[in-house]
Design a protein around this ligand. Structure first.
Ligand code: MN
Length: 430
């Protein structure tokens, strides 16, 4: 995707907070989300520490868009807009960039203060699929779960491994997470039903499907990135003890279906264009890819988004202690791109719908500081983490708040933030 005037790092907005150094939401970002207004959902665009109320902007005649886009953006979810495709997304981005630019008329009455607004899920998510695309994560988990075998399963280097997740339990950042109960198998004892003891998070990114494909058709690798609408931060909460007992032979089930959190602002692929790079990386002795998974010539399917993970216990929050940084990671550590995931997902003719969510899988690098979940960070509980409140963690405890932030930064381009994704663990009730 080529850069255009909306990416110009010199561009400023009449919304002063958008021009502050380090803002997640400068005028070059313009992510879409759904916020609550008078008991209803409205689509907005984040700008600095405010939200541009698109419904009000369109209704009042202040923001003039094509009729299809205007109609789609007056809805309660982003699904219709996601389905319009790249040309419409681009036209709307240009119009909003111009509307919010310094020098254009200011419309303070169309802004809502972000800190006084509740966010909702950006889309009605029909289907959610989670992949397993980071080599370091798959290798680490393979080593822990199957210490006697090859850490990578034989299929892993040939196809992006995934499973069909549960869309009904995808929640927006800020939603409390109830510790699940389930069937656990203690070593040397019969299975029991009870609260998960090994509750974990997974640092991931989620891609929203934009344009749909019909059942029986495929999305080719060359088109795949252009059919994705944008990215969010994803935390795939995981019950490791439930997972260990249930996962063979059909993969995770109850270990993953109780909650997945996403950040509320969808950063569009166009906003991320300055941060695309060649990739994903394959090692020289990896087997060749089948043609339908080979990146198109000259494509830049990797995205350099960085993420940081923070933990704050209930005591730390009560004492006003800053959250402790657990790890940091980058999406470009993935061995499979979202384009390959989408091409593989539809290679059978599986239809994707606008607003479907694709998870990257845990983003882990080869360094210990870039391990993207507690299972890896504490190496299955053998290397506990000490928190500033004097307690230890091997897995998450009740009252813990886990927060993931993500952003893109480099010289010569405006910083683009994805905001944050957080959740507090509540005690089990079953
Ligand atoms: Mn996952």
């Amino acid at each position: 995707m080529t850069l255009n005037a909306t990416h110009d790092p010199a561009l400023c907005s009449w919304v002063a907070s958008a021009n502050a150094v380090g803002s997640d939401f400068p005028i070059q970002n313009l992510p879409f989300g759904v916020f609550e207004f008078e008991g209803d959902g409205r689509i907005g665009v984040a700008i600095g520490d405010h939200i541009l109320d698109l419904y009000a902007a369109i209704e009042s005649g202040a923001l003039v868009l094509g009729s299809e886009a205007a109609c789609a953006l007056s809805a309660r979810t982003l699904n219709d807009f996601m389905g319009l495709g790249q040309c419409e997304w681009h036209a709307v981005r240009v119009a909003i960039s111009h509307f919010l630019a310094e020098g254009s008329a200011s419309h303070e009455s169309l802004l809502r203060a972000m800190n006084k607004t509740t966010m909702r899920l950006p889309a009605a998510i029909g289907d959610y699929t989670d992949f397993y695309a980071a080599r370091a994560h798959a290798t680490n988990v393979g080593r822990m779960f199957r210490p006697d075998g090859e850490p990578l399963m034989p299929n892993w280097l040939h196809l992006p491994v995934g499973y069909h997740g549960r869309a009904s339990s995808v929640v927006v950042s800020g939603t409390d997470i109830r510790r699940p109960s389930g069937q656990l198998k203690p070593d040397d004892a019969a299975p029991i039903y009870g609260p998960c003891r090994l509750l974990d998070y997974e640092l991931e990114f989620g891609a929203f499907v934009g344009t749909a494909n019909e059942m029986g058709s495929t999305i080719g690798i060359a088109d795949a990135m252009n059919q994705l609408f944008g990215l969010v931060i994803l935390n795939d909460w995981s019950a490791r003890d439930i997972q260990k007992w249930e996962y063979q032979p059909l993969g995770p089930f109850n270990a993953k279906n109780f909650a997945s959190s996403i950040s509320p602002w969808v950063v569009t692929m166009e906003a991320l264009a300055p941060y695309r790079s060649e990739g994903p990386a394959r090692q020289s002795d990896d087997p060749p890819l089948l043609e339908y998974l080979q990146p198109a010539a000259g494509s830049a399917d990797a995205i350099d988004v960085k993420a940081e993970v923070f933990l704050a216990s209930a005591d730390m929050r009560a004492q006003g202690t800053s959250p402790m940084k657990l790890s940091s990671g980058t999406l470009s550590d993935l061995s499979w791109s979202f384009a390959q995931m989408l091409a593989h997902h539809t290679s059978t003719g599986c239809p994707m719908n606008s607003g479907d969510l694709i998870g990257s899988g845990t983003v882990s690098g080869t360094e210990k500081s870039s391990r993207g979940c507690m299972l890896e960070l504490c190496w299955r509980g053998t290397e506990p983490i000490e928190l500033p409140d004097g307690t230890e963690r091997r897995f998450l405890l009740d009252g813990d708040e886990l927060t993931i932030v993500a952003f893109c930064e480099k010289v010569g381009a405006a910083r683009v933030g994805l905001g944050s994704c957080s959740g507090v663990i509540q005690p089990a009730t079953n």
